[in-house]
Design a binder for this molecule. Structure first.
Ligand code: ZN
Length: 310
C-alpha cells in the first residue's frame, strides 16, 4: 500500500475549500483556547492580589514553581526567593488585619473628606457633622502648623476616622516608585500618630488607586500596602467638588443626592483650601440622604472597600 499523498497540483476547488476550512477551524480553536487560558490566569492573579498573597515571599511556599515564575513574570519583579528591598523598609508600617470585611444590613453612607485639614474649611465641616451627629472619615495630608495639628486632634476627639491620604500630594513624586510612596506614607502616618495617638489603618491613594500617574506601578503598590495590612478606599460617589475652580454648593449637593442609590456608598468630598462650598453643601447633603433612608458611619478597616477595577 503506498502512502496517500496530497497532489496539490491536481486538487479540485472542493478539496481546496476543505483544506482552508480545516485551517480556519484550527486557528479559531487555538485562539479560543488562549483567550480562555489567559482569562482564567488573570482572574487567578486578581484573586491573589485581593487575598494579600502577592509579593509576599512566605506565601510562595504554597505555590508550585511554575506558578511562582508566572506570578513573578506577571508582577515584573525579581527573584521570588528574595524579598523586595522596600519590603524591609519601615518595619513599623504594619497593621494587624484579617481582611474580614462586613456587609452592612441597612443603607449606609460613608462621607469622606480629602486634602485637609484646612483652617478655613475643616472646622466648618466638623461643626456641621457635630450639629447632625454624623461621623465621617478624613483622609488627611501633612501639615506642620499648630492650628492644623489641633484639627487632626479635633477629628479624632469628635469620633471621626482619621486616615492617610498623603504627605506631599505630589503625584509625580509619590508614584515614582514604591519606595517613594512608602516614604511619603510613613511621614504622614507617623505625624498623625504622634499628634493624635491614633495609628491610621486605612488610606486613600491620591487620585484614586488607579490613575494616569501610577500606570505600571499600581499593582505592585497595592500589593505592598495590602501586605502591610492597610486597606485603601476609593469611592462610589463623587461630589464633584474638585471638578472645577468654583463648583456651587447646590451643584455639589445635587451631585451627591442624585447619584447615591446603592445600599452602601462611600462619598468623595474635599476639605482642602478653597472648598468652602463643600461645607455649605453639607447640611443639605446630610438631610437629603437621611430622607432617602441612609444612616451615616465613619470608615474602618472592616468596611468592604470600594476599589477601582483592575
Ligand atoms: Zn487628594
Amino acid at each position: 500500500m503506498r502512502n496517500p499523498k496530497i497532489d496539490f497540483k491536481n486538487m479540485t476547488v472542493k478539496q481546496w475549500k476543505q483544506i482552508i476550512t480545516i485551517c480556519v477551524i484550527t486557528l479559531i480553536t487555538i485562539l479560543l483556547f488562549l483567550a480562555i487560558f489567559n482569562g482564567v490566569r488573570y482572574a487567578h492573579y486578581k484573586k491573589l492580589i485581593k487575598n494579600e498573597q502577592l509579593v509576599n515571599t512566605e506565601s510562595y511556599d504554597n505555590l508550585d514553581s511554575q506558578e511562582i515564575s508566572r506570578l513573578i513574570k506577571f508582577l515584573g519583579s525579581a527573584d521570588p526567593n528574595e524579598s523586595l528591598s522596600y519590603q524591609k523598609s519601615y518595619p513599623d508600617l504594619y497593621v494587624e488585619n484579617d481582611f474580614n470585611f462586613v456587609k452592612s444590613k441597612d443603607n449606609v453612607v460613608y462621607l469622606t473628606f480629602d486634602d485637609g485639614p484646612n483652617v478655613n474649611v475643616t472646622p466648618r465641616v466638623l461643626d456641621v457633622l457635630k450639629q447632625y451627629d454624623v461621623k465621617a472619615t478624613f483622609f488627611v495630608i501633612y501639615k506642620e502648623g499648630e492650628a492644623e495639628e489641633a484639627l487632626y486632634k479635633r477629628i479624632v476627639d469628635e469620633g471621626h476616622t482619621i486616615a492617610v491620604h498623603t504627605s506631599s500630594h505630589s503625584y509625580n513624586a509619590i508614584y515614582s516608585s514604591v519606595d517613594a510612596y512608602l516614604a511619603d506614607f510613613e511621614k504622614i502616618s507617623s505625624k498623625i500618630e504622634s499628634v493624635t495617638g491614633v495609628k491610621p489603618e486605612i488610606f486613600r491613594f491620591p487620585g484614586g488607586s488607579i490613575n494616569s500617574y501610577n500606570v505600571g506601578l499600581y499593582q505592585e503598590l497595592i500589593a505592598e500596602m495590602l501586605r502591610r495590612g492597610y486597606v485603601y478606599y476609593d469611592w462610589h460617589v463623587s461630589s464633584g467638588d474638585a471638578s472645577g475652580p468654583s463648583v456651587s454648593a447646590d451643584k455639589i449637593k445635587n451631585n451627591v443626592l442624585n447619584t447615591t442609590n446603592d445600599k452602601e456608598a462611600i462619598v468623595l468630598m474635599h476639605d482642602g483650601p478653597g472648598h468652602g462650598a463643600t461645607a455649605d453643601a453639607l447640611p443639605g447633603i446630610i438631610e437629603g440622604l437621611k430622607s432617602k433612608g441612609y444612616r451615616f458611619a465613619a470608615l474602618d478597616n472592616s468596611v468592604t472597600p470600594s476599589c477601582f477595577g483592575y
